[in-house]
Design a protein around this ligand. Sequence first.
Ligand SMILES: N[C@@H](CCC(=O)N[C@@H](CS)C(=O)NCC(=O)O)C(=O)O
Length: 236
Amino acid sequence: MQSHLIVRISVMAAALKLISHKLCPYVQRAVIALIEKGVPFERVDIDLANKPDWFLKISPLGKVPVLVVATEQGEVALFESNVICEYIEETQGGGKLHPADALKRAEHRAWMEFGSAILGDLWGLETTTDPATFESKRQALSAKFARVEAALGTGPFFAGEHFNLVDAVFAPIFRYFDVFDELAELGIFKALPKVRAWRAELARRPSVRTAVGADYPQLLRSFLVRHDAHLLKLAA
Ligand SMILES: N[C@@H](CCC(=O)N[C@@H](CS)C(=O)NCC(=O)O)C(=O)O
């Protein structure tokens, strides 16, 4: 009876809460990692245009995601999506999302950072109204995806047969491009067959579909309309 109680308390103490925004690809990579690991968690969406005070207290950069971990000493708030993914990998059961070999793992971490660099180029592409800025960002993205093409093996995933954290980072990036592609052909993936095959494989993954959500294309399109994005003019 007593040990039953102890188990119950430790289960409650392991609770994870992910502070989220539906459109955010950094959030989505953490959600994918949690789903792949089969970890129960609560997802709390916030309005980034009107950030609540409790969120600003726990998020030093005022950004999502934040993973709130309940411990016996109180709650700990982790920020930075890649750090959150690493914490999930180190502490939760389920399939491994990192290679066992330290050098391979370091390589994978570098490619996770590269995914964040791609998002750095992507930001502004979707909201810019200036054609020259749009074109320079499009070219920067093309150059980065050419490097990804050169790094890919025979697939189906980044490192072969097993889905890992690099896949979790890139899957939401590709979902963003899915919405763009419906509007206009940007030509970024045309000459990159391995990237195209990888992208298609990730789009089929159940964790990716759940993390990104069926309402995502509609939400992203409304966001583009609100910003009067140049991308919409290409589509017209
Ligand atoms: N380096 C951060 C980036 C997270 C990020 O940029 N999140 C965006 C949403 S996708 C955000 O919260 N923006 C709100 C703001 O900057 O005010 C991470 O990897 O977690």
